[in-house]
Design a protein around this ligand. Structure first.
Ligand code: ZN
Length: 99
C-alpha cells in the first residue's frame, strides 16, 4: 500500500520539492537500518555517584531535585542522555508540580 500524498501542483510547491530533494528524482534511498538507541557496554556506566569515579574519564551527572540520584556515566553520549533525563524530570507536570 502506498502512502497517501498531497499533490504538488502549484509552481511554488514544485519549487519547494525541488529544493528539498536538491534536484534528485526517483525513489529515495532505503532506510539505514541502524539502531536508534544502542545500549552502553560499559558495566561501570550509571554507577551511583557515592564516591570517586569508578573509572578514569567517567562524568558525574547530577540527578534531579525530585530525588533522582547522581550517577557516573561514560563521557559523551551516555552523559548527555543522563543530563537530558535529569532535565526532563525537572519539567513540572501540569497540575501536579515537579515530579
Ligand atoms: Zn555508558
Amino acid at each position: 500500500m502506498s502512502r497517501p500524498s498531497l499533490g504538488e501542483g502549484s509552481p511554488g510547491q514544485q519549487a519547494a520539492h525541488r529544493a528539498f530533494t536538491q534536484g534528485l528524482v526517483g525513489p529515495g534511498r532505503p532506510d539505514a537500518h541502524t539502531t536508534v538507541i544502542a545500549p552502553c557496554a560499559n558495566p561501570l556506566c550509571a554507577t551511583p555517584a557515592i564516591g570517586a569515579a569508578p573509572a578514569e574519564g567517567m562524568v558525574r551527572v547530577t540527578g534531579s531535585r525530585d530525588g533522582a540520584r547522581t550517577h557516573w556515566y561514560c563521557d559523551g553520549r551516555c552523559a548527555a542522555i543522563g543530563h537530558a533525563r535529569a532535565e526532563l524530570r525537572a519539567i513540572p507536570v501540569r497540575g501536579k508540580g515537579p515530579r
